[in-house]
Design a protein around this ligand. Structure first.
Ligand SMILES: NC(=O)c1ccc[n+]([C@@H]2O[C@H](COP(=O)([O-])OP(=O)(O)OC[C@H]3O[C@@H](n4cnc5c(N)ncnc54)[C@H](OP(=O)(O)O)[C@@H]3O)[C@@H](O)[C@H]2O)c1
Length: 266
């Protein structure tokens, strides 16, 4: 892999860029705002076709980090740019979200074979379209960690800001470093073309356990009455990714599962 285009260099994209560069890969990044010349970052806006000509003509792989919507623009971008890359057998990786999995039972486990549904975000049909064309969709859960763009996302900050969902719902997590590593590994595995792969730690935790485990008090009961709590919570399996990464690969955990088990016994 010599030249990689990362479309969107936000929280994950900028960390991926740094990792690939340190491995000697020539990296092209995009942002929506016009940047300084010579920085290796080009302006690209999916909805503004005139910006597409800023993209490099020849690359050995593409990582698409922005939401794959609207479908019409995704299809047009496939026709104009991605098709020739996929036709040459080069990898195109698309980031999706676990929101795509439709569950009916509370706390249901889901894997890559679980039924999909369209959500309000409208990105799933774009992801499906690209997957059918040979892209690999990496299905991400809540992203945390320290990005190379200087931003940190973490559970303590979410709790302090009140981002907690109902305390009896599961939270599935994807650490930015694991997403970067999985992307790099999947890019080198042509047999994974056209697949969807969950990228998360495989250790969903109840918000209740996270809050108590991090030493905070549970919020008032009203938190459990929000609209979001009426949706069944899901637990996302990472068995497929674990087998791809190897059984010895350790995913970043927000807290040691042993600590959590001890905490539950108290
Ligand atoms: N946050 C989560 O917990 C979570 C969970 C599951 C999945 N995801 C998904 O995972 C992916 C990576 O997440 P992230 O946190 O790295 O996202 P992020 O920080 O928001 O970065 C997204 C990048 O895509 C670019 N972008 C967005 N809309 C665009 C458009 N219409 N045209 C061109 N570029 C566009 C942004 O450009 P600018 O740099 O100019 O803003 C940014 O560089 C995203 O698709 C996200 O929706 C996120």
């Amino acid at each position: 892999m010599k030249k990689v285009l990362i479309i969107g260099s936000g929280f994950v994209g900028s960390s991926l860029a740094a990792s690939l560069k340190s491995a000697g890969v020539q990296v092209y990044c995009t942002r929506r705002q016009r940047g300084e010349e010579g920085t290796g970052t080009s302006q690209f806006v999916l909805e503004e076709e005139e910006t597409w000509r800023n993209l490099p003509e020849e690359v050995d792989g593409v990582v698409w980090t922005l939401p794959a919507r609207p479908l019409s623009q995704v299809q047009r971008f496939y026709d104009v740019y991605l098709q020739s890359i996929l036709d040459l057998g080069k990898p195109v990786i698309v980031y999706g979200t676990i929101g795509r999995y439709h569950v009916e039972e509370e706390h249901q486990w889901v894997d890559e074979k679980t039924r999909y549904k369209q959500t309000e975000s409208g990105r799933e049909e774009g992801e499906n379209f690209l997957q059918e064309k040979g892209a690999t969709v990496l299905v991400l859960a809540a992203i945390w960690g320290e990005s190379k763009n200087g931003e940190t996302r973490g559970l303590k900050a979410w709790i302090k800001k009140g981002y907690i969902q109902a305390v009896d719902k599961f939270l599935n997590l994807s650490h930015v470093d694991d997403i970067v590593k999985a992307t790099e590994v999947v890019m080198e595995r042509p047999e994974l073309k056209g697949q969807a792969i969950n990228v998360c730690d495989g250790n969903p935790m109840l918000w209740r356990d996270i809050i108590l485990g991090l030493g905070y008090e549970l919020p008032p009961m009203t938190m459990t009455m929000t609209a979001i709590s009426s949706r069944p919570s899901k637990r996302v399996s990472n068995d497929m990714l674990q087998s791809i990464m190897g059984k010895d690969y350790k995913f970043q955990q927000v807290m040691d599962p042993v600590d959590l088990a001890v905490d539950k016994q108290r």
